[in-house]
Design a protein around this ligand. Structure first.
Ligand code: C2E
Ligand code: CA
Ligand code: CA
Length: 834
């Protein structure tokens, strides 16, 4: 069997010869030549026929063949172009069985020819088989690289009038992913893609009606796993002499790979054109030269640059290099060259100058194109307008890096800089200085938040002249500033720098009665350090300085390091105390309070005591602030209540039913949601009478929100609790608003009591506080009373109660009980002696 290829194009003939090299081919250059060859060679059964040819075209050749009965069974596949759909139809009408479009796609040609040849072979063998019952057919069928399926004469799927395949060769089974048994059980519809059903139904209708002898199409089958397989197939009727009914053969080749490639190509072409027309900028192709001589520029050019496309093409009016803002020209080109050398794509953000002289931010993405010698000769890419994004980005960047109030770089900026510097090795010495003004917060309460913000702003103005390339200034927190120092000589230099700052700040802040502190950390190469640790230790160092004296300057050293270690150990102890029921490390002491009028003990204040395994006794002034900072005071606070309540139960059981217990409560506990609820629950569980509990709070309690806090106190008092203001007179806030306070007691701070021994005017102050408190029906307790003289004076001024070493030091639970027993005994014996 031979194939005749008729095509006037030498290239196409060459292609066909190559693709079909394993077939016996006969070549012809035009229709006349083709007819000649056909006439000469009996073995030709299949013709590949170009339609467009000089001398005699394909149509003429087809017509002439049709008129000759000798060529009745000749199969003709026509070659057509994409724009010749009518020709295809005309060709098919003239008896062609299939068509292939030019340019010739090797795989398409191969698939079609294979299938048509196979079909011819099958038909031929079937005809022979009727006479010989030979086995050749079966062998060919089994081993064919083409899927072959044959349907029996009597069976047809009624409804959709499609063949039901009774026989399939292994290749067909492999293509559709089903063996014949399975294939017969599933509905044709189920395995055919919906978009192909109508076409195939129509094709088959014509075939079964005898209007055509075969049809071919590309269709999609669903495999059992749901995946799609594209096939090219030909279905033909197989009626051989003497048979009744109709038989069909279906030949199929898997063309999925090609289809996918085609679709991907079409999709990428489509998205490319969509992209180009919607691009907020321009696409270009230019020579690889520094003035970017443009060879192609897309329409977006006008909108982006203000120049029409023609102006830019071939540098007619302007070069692209001139459009790039001057300061970017060199860096953009250099980067371009670098990317070309490394064969990577180029990406750069820069500014351009539009025709009207306006600046615009753009993003350029491009790629060099290389010739055979691997030299870049052209460049292709896109330039997009990103000015809107840049505005937002710059603003975000500014806000992210700056403190809004002072306009200085903020903590995030300092962190970024430090973070960056860790990774570089440094010859120069580096240090960070922190200026801590945390005392300003107390002013917020009195004068409002804006007042302090304004004050800080003024401090920033004082500090700005100190800032230089080597001393970079940051505003790290509302009340903290920092200098990042690079390349200083020695400690002395840092110290002198800080002294000057301290001097200027003192002069300014003295009128506000505000202090501060300066902490310094010299950065070393210790690998265990990181930014977080550095800034945390810097904060502690500066806080240390604040506590030391006004504008003290403190270097981070072993001592601070030890203190930080100690704080960590205290935190660990606190955690143990909270998490274990057995608190050998924690207890309460109870300090008696004496009623001056009756001369009787009227209650105790409970005071927390820590006895750490590793540190020994730790003062409350050390561990309470840490528990507040870590919020551990919340769970600890409940423990303290529970222990104080238990002590109350004990003394009540001993008959002391008139004694009140004071409990210190931190502001952090009040801020905790559900604190009041938790407290009430504990009171109920332990069956405590709230009347016997005094809650001691400090004046700072009112610093955050006076009214809200006052309401909380109201709720506690309504439940029966007594409220006492601790350390009264030391803060700014409450003295002036005493009349508004929802409290029962004021505890006058020890510092006032101390002064009773020395300066006369202070005696007047304490007397005034007492009489003012009485007017508001608040009782007054004097704290830290150590001397008899103090007691006498306080009594004279009308003070209600005293607490202090004069009465007793804070006592353990057992000692407190013994103390009560003893005064009872003394009272009884003195009564007896009267
Ligand atoms: P605070 O509430 O003002 O307690 C009074 C402090 O004065 C206690 O110190 C007490 O031992 C001491 N003191 C009493 N009489 C005298 C005296 O005559 N002379 C001298 N020099 N001192 C006297 P302490 O126990 O060291 O407690 C210090 C602070 O720790 C307390 O001051 C309180 O603010 C806080 N604190 C203690 N226990 C607790 C607690 O359970 N919870 C909370 N939130 N804070 C507590
Ligand atoms: Ca207290
Ligand atoms: Ca106190």
């Amino acid at each position: 069997m031979k194939i005749l290829a008729v095509d006037d194009s030498a290239t196409d003939r060459y292609l066909i010869q190559n693709i079909l090299s394993d077939y016996q081919l006969v070549m012809a250059a035009d229709g006349l030549d083709g007819l000649q060859k056909l006439f000469e060679d009996d073995e030709i059964r299949l013709i590949i026929l170009d339609l467009n040819m000089p001398v005699m075209d394909g149509f003429q050749m087809l017509k002439s063949m049709k008129s000759n009965p000798r060529y009745k069974d000749m199969r003709v596949i026509i070659l057509s172009s994409f724009d010749e759909i009518e020709n295809e139809l005309a060709g098919l009408k003239l008896g062609a069985v299939d068509y292939i479009r030019k340019p010739i796609h090797p795989e398409t040609l191969r698939v079609r020819i294979d299938i048509h040849v196979q079909l011819l072979e099958i038909q031929k063998t079937l005809e022979e088989r009727v006479y010989n019952q030979g086995l050749t057919f079966d062998i060919m069928f089994e081993q064919s690289p083409i899927g072959v399926a044959i349907s029996d004469s009597n069976q047809m799927e009624k409804e959709i009038a499609l063949p039901v395949f009774d026989i399939m060769n292994p290749m067909f089974e492999q293509i559709i992913g089903r063996v014949v048994k399975e294939a017969r059980q599933v509905d044709w519809k189920k395995i055919t893609h919906p978009d192909d059903r109508q076409e195939e139904q129509e094709n088959f209708r014509l075939l079964s009606a005898g209007q055509t002898e075969r049809y071919s199409m590309e269709k999609r089958y669903f495999r059992p796993d749901g995946s799609i397989v594209w096939v090219f197939m030909v279905v033909a009727s197989l009626n051989v002499l003497g048979e009744s009914g109709r038989r069909y053969v279906c030949l199929a080749q898997d063309i999925t790979k090609r289809k996918e490639a085609e679709n991907a190509l079409a999709e990428s072409e489509r998205s490319k054109s969509v992209l180009l027309s919607h691009l907020p900028g321009l696409a270009y192709r230019c020579d690889f030269v520094p003035d970017w001589t443009m060879r192609f520029v897309s329409q977006g050019c006008l909108k982006l640059t203000g120049y029409p496309v023609e102006s830019l093409l071939n540098n007619r009016d302007v070069t692209y290099n001139e459009i790039i803002a001057p300061e970017y020209r060199e860096p953009v080109w250099n980067e371009c060259v670098r990317c070309a050398q490394e064969h990577i794509s180029f990406k750069f953000e820069y500014e351009i100058l539009t025709a009207s002289g306006k600046r615009k931010w753009v993003l350029e993405v491009g790629e060099a194109i290389f010739n055979d010698q691997d030299e870049a000769y052209a460049f292709e890419g896109i330039v997009i307008d990103i000015s809107e994004r840049k505005v937002v980005e710059n603003k975000l960047k500014y806000n992210y890096e700056h403190d809004i109030n002072t306009g200085l770089y903020n903590r995030a900026a300092l962190e970024a800089l430090l973070e960056n510097d860790w990774h570089e090795s440094h010859q120069e010495k580096r240090a960070v200085i922190s200026i801590n003004l945390n005392t300003v917060q107390s002013l917020s309460v009195v004068y409002g938040h804006h007042y302090t913000l304004d004050l800080i702003k003024q401090v920033a103005e004082i500090l700005k002249p100190f800032s230089s390339d080597n001393y970079l200034l940051f505003s790290t927190y509302v009340d903290r500033f920092a200098f990042y120092v690079r390349g200083y000589r020695d400690k002395q230099e840092l110290l002198r720098f800080c002294e000057k700052i301290a001097e200027d700040l003192k002069a300014f802040l003295i009128s506000e009665r505000l202090g501060g502190g300066i902490g310094i950390i010299e950065i070393n190469d210790d690998k265990r350090w990181n930014t977080e640790r550095l800034l945390k230790n810097l904060l502690i160092t500066s806080e240390n300085a604040v506590r030391l004296q006004e504008f003290a300057i403190r270097f981070y050293d072993d001592q601070v390091e030890k203190q930080i270690e100690r704080e960590k150990e205290i935190e660990r102890t606190l955690n143990r105390i909270i998490n274990k029921d057995l608190h050998a490390e924690f207890s309460l002491d109870f300090q008696p309070i004496l009623d001056l009028e009756t001369g009787q003990v009227c209650g105790f204040e409970s005071l927390a005591r820590m006895n750490s395994l590793n540190l020994g006794r730790v003062a409350p002034l050390d561990f309470i602030p840490i528990s507040e900072k870590t919020k551990l005071i919340v769970p600890l606070g409940y423990k303290i209540f529970e222990m104080a309540f238990r002590f109350l139960k004990i003394i009540e059981a001993q008959g002391y039913t008139e004694l009140r217990i004071g409990v210190n409560v931190s502001i952090i506990q009040f801020r905790e949601k559900g604190f009041i609820k938790g407290l009430f629950k504990l009171v109920e569980e332990m069956e405590i009478n709230p009347q016997m509990i005094t809650i001691e709070i400090t004046e700072s309690f009112f610093e955050s929100d006076f009214n809200a806090m006052n309401k909380i106190l109201m709720a506690l008092m309504e439940a029966g609790f007594k409220i006492s203001i601790d350390d009264f007179g030391t803060g700014y806030s409450t003295l002036s608003r005493e009349q508004d306070l929802n409290v029962n007691y004021l505890k006058i701070d020890k510092s006032f009591v101390d002064k009773l021994m020395t300066s006369p005017p202070e005696k007047v102050i304490i007397a005034e506080i007492i009489s003012m408190a009485h007017k508001q029906r608040h009782h007054v307790v004097a704290e830290g009373v150590e001397y008899e003289t103090q007691r006498e004076l306080l009594k004279k001024f009308g003070c209600d109660m005293i607490q202090g070493y004069l009465v007793s030091k804070p006592l353990s639970e057992m000692d407190a009980l013994a103390f009560l027993k003893k005064i009872e005994f003394d009272k009884n014996s003195s009564q007896k002696s009267c």
